[in-house]
Design a protein around this ligand. Structure first.
Ligand code: NAD
Length: 433
């Protein structure tokens, strides 16, 4: 099928490449010149394992082209996937939907009557109806618009796109449903992936609901960590014990410095704001606490650093990891980076190591000392903080690390406490008495 993918960030670039891998002819629309020219030359503008190779592959097969805007070619596309960002609005909890409306406006002149617009971005429930209205005002036919939320996770994005747990299609139009089923047929045939057909508001709400549930699970165990810290209990053991109950499950139940990134924080806030607009803010009032518990974990690490070092001024602190999770270079609302910046604000000399994000840090966080060399970051450190659970940190040999003072805060509860203590380190772990 011929399709366009509009907005080539983490979601759109992955979706575009995945669709081309399935054999579709993809036109990728990305107005950002830097991102688009990187993609054109077979380079990803961000780090995502495996996606770079797949991008080169589909370029070589001639299945993907990149454009700054639509042209006559878009008129032949059967599906237009909208993958633009929906960040948190400045000064508000609400999601900013302006990029969606801009995308619709540029698409309208090139939309043919039998093409389907498919939203993939995470949106406040009710957005699709407004987008359809905006589109109807610019076309002389009744445009078809469906919602197909995306569940990919950074770090395993291509795999998640090609082998999703489920495909949710929000539409009440049988033609649109058939077209979307057709585009995913290679996946559903090969993997027997369940396809859920819903109305549009349900499809819009699915993603916000899923992310709110996951955020709640993380904050739940972090709330238990707060209790454990004053009662001598061990949250890691506690999580193991409750996670063995199938109704609870062990995933997303590791306590630490909490969630971040370009999705969970803004999605719980966006849901709170939308529920408020709809007059049912009380229904998700608990998400405010989920957010606060999460942010308190970052403060807790700063307090632990102060308890350990006293006055932070001119003390060297090494932070291992800056991204919000491993296998991604995404620094959006990263707990590790947030902690680094706060420690720096309090006068500490902060050195940050990260396996992939150092170039981004050097460009965007000029005051931080970001370095690709782990020895340089650790050298003379009076405190070390593990902020992101990159595999290489989990595999560190603590007896081979040279620092001024062997104290580490394990912000992710992933280090082998016995091994580190045996190597002479003092380990401070969150939520472990
Ligand atoms: N990142 C994820 O893991 C993930 C997973 C599932 C869903 N989502 C959702 O997908 C959406 C996009 O997220 P992202 O992380 O890819 O964001 P992003 O900021 O990385 O990418 C958005 C892209 O859209 C482009 N864009 C903006 N306006 C445009 C326009 N008018 N026309 C064409 N392109 C335009 C931007 O230049 C940018 O490259 C969000 O709603 C997010 O919540 C993200």
């Amino acid at each position: 099928m011929k399709i366009t993918v509009i907005g080539l960030g983490y979601l759109g670039a992955t979706h575009a490449v995945a669709m081309a891998e399935l054999g579709h002819e993809v036109i990728g629309i990305e107005p950002d010149d830097k991102k688009r020219s990187a993609l054109e030359s077979g380079k990803l503008p961000f780090f995502e394992p495996g996606l770079d190779k797949a991008l080169v592959d589909v370029i070589e097969k001639g299945r993907i082209t990149f454009k700054a805007d639509h042209d006559e070619n878009s008129k032949n596309a059967e599906l237009h996937f909208i993958c633009v960002g929906t960040p948190q609005k400045q000064g508000s909890n609400a999601a900013d939907t302006k990029y969606l409306f801009a995308a619709i406006e540029s698409l309208a002149p090139y939309l043919s009557e039998d093409a389907v617009v498919v939203g993939k971005s995470t949106v406040p429930v009710g957005t699709a109806a407004e987008l359809k209205k905006a589109l109807s005002e610019k076309t002389d036919f009744d445009p078809k618009l469906a919602w197909n939320p995306e569940f990919l996770r950074e770090g395993t994005a291509l795999e998640d796109s090609l082998r999703p747990d489920r495909i949710v299609i929000g539409t009440e139009d049988s033609f649109a449903e058939a077209k979307i089923r057709e585009v995913y047929k290679p996946i559903t045939d090969a993997e027997e992936t369940p396809v859920l057909i819903t109305d549009i508001p349900t499809a819009e709400l699915v993603k916000a609901a899923a992310n709110s549930f996951l955020a709640t699970k993380i904050s739940f165990i972090n709330a238990m960590a707060e209790i454990a810290e004053v009662s001598g209990a061990d949250t890691v053991k506690l999580a193991e014990a409750i996670g063995m109950d199938d109704r609870i499950g062990k995933l997303f139940l590791r306590n630490g410095i909490g969630f971040g990134g370009g999705c969970l924080p803004k999605d719980i806030r966006g849901l709170m704001a939308r529920a408020e607009e709809l007059g049912v803010g009380h229904a998700v009032g608990f998400l405010e606490e989920v957010d606060q518990i999460n942010l308190r974990r970052r403060k807790r690490v700063v307090e632990l650093a102060q308890a350990e070092l006293g006055e932070l001024k001119n003390k060297k602190i090494a932070i291992l990891g800056a991204t919000f999770k491993p296998d991604s270079d995404d620094l959006r609302d990263s707990p590790a980076l947030d902690i680094a910046l706060e420690l720096e604000r309090l006068g500490a000399i902060v050195f940050v190591h990260d396996p992939v994000a150092v170039p981004h840090l050097k460009e965007n966080q000029k005051t931080l000392n970001a370095d690709e060399n782990l020895e340089t970051v650790l050298e003379d450190a009076e405190l070390t903080i593990l902020g992101t659970e990159w595999r290489q940190y989990k595999n560190l040999d603590p007896s081979k690390l040279s620092v001024a003072n062997k104290t580490i805060i394990d912000g992710r509860n992933v280090l082998d406490r016995n091994a580190w203590e045996a190597a002479g380190w003092k380990m401070i772990a969150l939520g472990r008495g």
